[in-house]
Design a protein around this ligand. Structure first.
Ligand code: FAD
Length: 441
């Protein structure tokens, strides 16, 4: 049996890794449009500095998958204590915000604590993300940090986002809020307190480690953009930019919205295309800035909710170790999200870089643009799935349609779910197992 996987990111590679041991599979083909596998787990280089598409750290509550990732990296792996900060009025507040309230100006502390203790929204059912924040944290923490930060990263009003991403965030106990306001910093999200990162090669080192474990059954086809898929009497015909393929079975990890359009089926309901076009997602611009001075200290990532600063997050790459550092300088990665046709999308790369440099000056990380040694910028269309109010309904409809066509959807944009690397690998393992259980392999 021949299984063909559309797309060649972590999802495809980890799926091939798990499926290859099955005796009933003779061939696995991975079709990737770019010249290199890895998708958003790829790593790029500027002036010797390796950087990812946003900082890709390795952490998980899923011990089996975490052990697998760390094991694959072996010696090329280093443990770090997470040091994330929220930059609020030039103050460094430890992440998560509610655990370090004493760093705020006194009037903001009073607003956060008072609104938390006397919260009129507490007993309502939260129907959207904003309601969840107000109900769980009160108006102060919501208005000072959660609302502006989320508006900035999603470029989508949290009133129109559902609660899928946030519903598992626990309500902080009253005692913790009071302790945090009085000056005690409470460590939150314990499974994220430590993370690992490749000593060299960035996140793509993990992709390369996975690829090294793929056996003879797996054939990788790069520069093979899938442009058409059709069901035939005995399988599927796949049209790509570098020729046609046939497959007994396919799994798609390419963006589900695009897949709906290239899938040829005379009976395809018109509503599938409409649903596909209603899936919301963000693109990202990654901007690297190497500067002469280091005002960030021994910290890694900084969240910036201030609307006057273009980026929502910056990360200090030097934090990851000697291979990500140039002596006498500091290198930052700034992230700017956007959607097709918004003002960030329409801005030129030079305009975005200049806004990033301006932002670094505003937050006090450089004295002036004269401090900048070099910059780099790259844009990636698919970065974040947006859980808008119709997301669940839309994706259920699309998954249901493709499962009737015998096709499985896997991966961050393949299944259109907000999944990190650990969850992607778990999803691949589960899919390989469930196909086997269903007698499909
Ligand atoms: C800014 C940012 C920060 C992140 N940080 C972390 C982190 O710290 N820790 C963590 O665990 N995870 C992180 N992630 C998540 C992680 O990147 C994803 O979970 C993972 O890369 C998803 O892999 P994938 O294979 O599903 O998707 P992708 O990497 O998008 O792979 C899809 C592949 O399909 C290919 N493709 C698309 N269309 C076609 C076509 N028509 N024909 C052929 N090929 C096609 C693409 O080129 C791509 O290679 C982050 C993601 C982002 C965007």
């Amino acid at each position: 049996m021949n299984y063909t996987i559309l797309g060649g990111g972590l999802s495809a590679i980890s799926l091939a890794y798990y499926m290859q041991d099955n005796n009933k599979i003779d061939e696995i083909h991975i079709l990737e449009k770019d010249d290199t596998l890895g998708g958003i787990c790829r790593t790029y280089v500027k002036e010797g500095i390796e950087y990812d598409v946003g900082p890709h750290i390795i952490f998980s509550k899923d011990k089996e998958i975490l052990d697998l990732m760390n094991g694959l990296l072996g010696e090329n792996n280093e443990k770090h204590r997470r040091s994330n900060r929220i930059l609020h009025k030039k103050k460094f507040v430890q992440y998560p915000f509610e655990n370090d309230l004493s760093k705020l100006p006194q009037e903001d502390i009073n607003y956060c604590v008072n609104a938390f203790l006397h919260n009129p929204f507490e007993n309502y059912q939260a129907e959207n993300m904003l309601q969840f924040f107000l109900k769980t944290f009160g108006e102060g923490i919501t208005n000072i940090y959660l609302r502006p930060y989320n508006e900035k990263i999603w470029k989508f009003d949290p009133c129109f986002m559902d609660t899928q991403m946030v519903e598992r965030i626990p309500k902080p106990p009253k005692e913790d809020i009071l302790r945090s306001a009085k000056g005690e910093t409470i460590d939150g999200y314990l499974h994220q307190l430590y993370f690992t990162y490749p000593k060299k090669g960035g996140t793509e080192a993990l992709i390369k480690a996975f690829i090294s474990k793929l056996g003879k059954k797996v054939t990788i086809h790069t520069n093979a953009k899938v442009i058409g898929v059709e069901k035939t009497s005995d399988g599927y015909k796949i049209e790509t930019s570098s020729g046609n393929f046939t497959a007994d079975k396919i799994v798609s990890t390419m963006p589900a919205n695009e897949f709906c359009h290239i899938y040829k089926d005379a009976q395809k309901p018109a509503e599938i295309l409409e649903t596909a076009d209603n899936l919301r997602y963000n693109s990202i611009a990654i901007c690297i800035v190497n500067v002469k001075k280091d005002y960030a200290g021994d910290n890694y990532a900084f969240m910036v909710a201030d609307k006057n600063v273009k980026f929502h997050r910056i990360s200090k790459l030097d934090f990851m170790g000697g291979n990500y550092h140039i002596d006498g300088t500091a290198t930052y990665m700034a992230e700017i999200t956007y959607r097709k046709n918004d003002l960030n999308d329409k801005a030129t790369d030079e305009e975005l870089i200049s806004k990033v440099v301006e932002g670094l000056e505003k937050i006090g990380f450089i004295d002036s643009k004269e401090d900048v040694n070099f910059t780099d910028i790259r844009r990636f269309e698919y970065a974040y799935v947006i859980y808008d109010l119709n997301h669940r309904k839309n994706m259920d409809r699309i998954k249901d349609y493709f499962s009737k066509q015998g096709i499985y959807l896997n991966g961050r944009f393949g299944s259109f779910e907000y999944l990190n690397m650990d969850a992607i690998i778990r999803q691949s393992k589960n899919l390989a197992q469930s196909l086997q259980g269903a007698g499909e392999i």
